[in-house]
Write a protein that binds this ligand. Sequence first.
Ligand SMILES: Nc1ncnc2c1ncn2[C@@H]1O[C@H](COP(=O)(O)OP(=O)(O)OP(=O)(O)O)[C@@H](O)[C@H]1O
Ligand SMILES: Nc1nc2c(c(=O)[nH]1)N=C(CO)CN2
Length: 197
Amino acid sequence: MTAHDPRAEPAGPSPSYAQPPVRAFLGLGANLGDPRAQLRWSVAALDREPGIRVAGVASLYGSRPVGVTDQPDFLNTVVAVETVLSADELLDRLLELERRAGRVRLRRWGPRTLDLDLLWYGGAVIRRPPRLVVPHPRAAERAFVLVPWAELAPETVIPGHGPVADLLQTVDPSGVWLEEPAPQWWQQQEPPAPGGE
Ligand SMILES: Nc1ncnc2c1ncn2[C@@H]1O[C@H](COP(=O)(O)OP(=O)(O)OP(=O)(O)O)[C@@H](O)[C@H]1O
Ligand SMILES: Nc1nc2c(c(=O)[nH]1)N=C(CO)CN2
């Protein structure tokens, strides 16, 4: 086989790189520490992860806390990735990045330095609670998810719910505001890792 033969074995460190990548959408949120720096760090860190490529980043949005309301406002965004990882492997990477960002979970829906949610994975439906439920069970009703998601990919269909653009019409967007447009907010020089990693 020549180097240009399409049947040639793909060069790469892992056999999984031969699989076609899957599109996934991730929800990012933070309201403790330096939320903007943590979100910028997490975009760069995601792109450095083997098997994950950042394909799009929405603007940065401020949002009033939903659920537990006596906590600081959040910064939220949505990131599109291409990945050769399974949904389980991807979730593990997200949990590891949260841990590296110094996440402390005080209570459900409470404040956090970094929250990474797997919103959507190739249109698949995965029901393995409590470990993994995809699409994310609350994504379709959260303005702080739908506003940035609609900016990136309004046509995406959330299985069981419908297109992101249609769902956005069903929620109250008044608690979500544009904080800083893409791509400026994440394309500046990368901040140091949270906690001086
Ligand atoms: N689609 C998903 N994305 C991220 N975590 C998930 C998903 N489905 C199930 N989980 C599980 O949820 C746990 C994390 O829950 P977490 O404490 O972040 O919830 P929360 O952010 O407080 O609330 P919410 O899930 O409403 O955003 C993880 O340990 C993970 O195993
Ligand atoms: N505005 C806003 N509210 C929230 C958020 C969030 O990211 N943004 N995350 C939560 C738990 O995941 C609970 N409430």
